[in-house]
Design a protein around this ligand. Structure first.
Ligand SMILES: Cc1cc2nc3c(=O)[nH]c(=O)nc-3n(C[C@H](O)[C@H](O)[C@H](O)COP(=O)(O)OP(=O)(O)OC[C@H]3O[C@@H](n4cnc5c(N)ncnc54)[C@H](O)[C@@H]3O)c2cc1C
Length: 167
């Protein structure tokens, strides 16, 4: 008889995509492991950025705006047209941008830690400071992930490690 997997799903990477997947699955009662190479989560990512809209995050964490750590809402937008030797900028500032909260400026080190905490609260196990080395595949079937010679088993592995290769 085949041994039971340790987890229903393993998620690699605790960025916005990975934590969202972990929160959704853990909330539905699945036994989820979320593995992040940075300790704490967010400290190996681009330092900050704009969280646009937030409607998708609302589906994952209802009422997120009242709890999430963000620095301020976006109050201006600029579009630049570059030529070989010139730049034309169109700068748009409006109180309406802030009132409608079309974007939130976030620091990833703060936001990702908060998201990871939400994943824990939803019931996921979160391990940070561990880089997944490879997906374990036997006979063409995913069996889990490997790190430091250890195999952590799961029939489902979600790779949410972002666009930048680990380093
Ligand atoms: C310079 C730059 C600026 C950007 N600015 C914005 C912006 O302002 N607004 C916006 O919406 N988007 C921006 N983006 C796009 C942004 O990267 C994505 O929106 C967002 O980060 C995607 O989230 P993600 O969870 O898919 O990946 P990521 O945020 O990249 O998260 C992946 C996570 O996986 C971890 N990881 C990777 N490999 C492993 C491994 N082997 N084992 C364990 N953990 C691992 C990483 O440490 C990381 O925490 C920007 C991108 C770049 C490069």
């Amino acid at each position: 008889m085949e041994a039971m997997s340790e987890f229903d799903a393993i998620v690699v990477g605790a960025g916005p995509a990975g934590t969202s997947a972990a929160i959704k699955m853990a909330s539905s009662g699945m036994n989820v492991l979320l593995v992040e190479r940075a300790d704490p989560p967010g400290t190996k990512n681009v330092s900050g950025g704009v969280l646009w809209g937030g409607n998708d995050l609302e589906k994952i964490i209802p009422g997120w705006e009242k709890q999430a750590p963000y620095e301020r809402v976006v109050e201006s937008k600029a579009v630049g047209f570059l030529t070989r030797d010139s730049l034309i900028n169109i700068d748009f500032r409006s109180r309406r941008l802030a009132e409608k909260a079309t974007g939130h400026i976030v620091l990833r080190a703060r936001l990702d830690q908060w998201l990871a905490r939400k994943a824990r609260e939803a019931g996921a196990m979160v391990i940070s400071g561990v880089t997944v080395e490879r997906v374990a595949v036997q006979d063409g079937v995913v069996k889990g992930v490997e790190q430091g010679g250890d195999l952590i088993t799961s029939d489902v592995v979600i790779l949410a490690e972002g666009a930048t290769p680990p380093g």
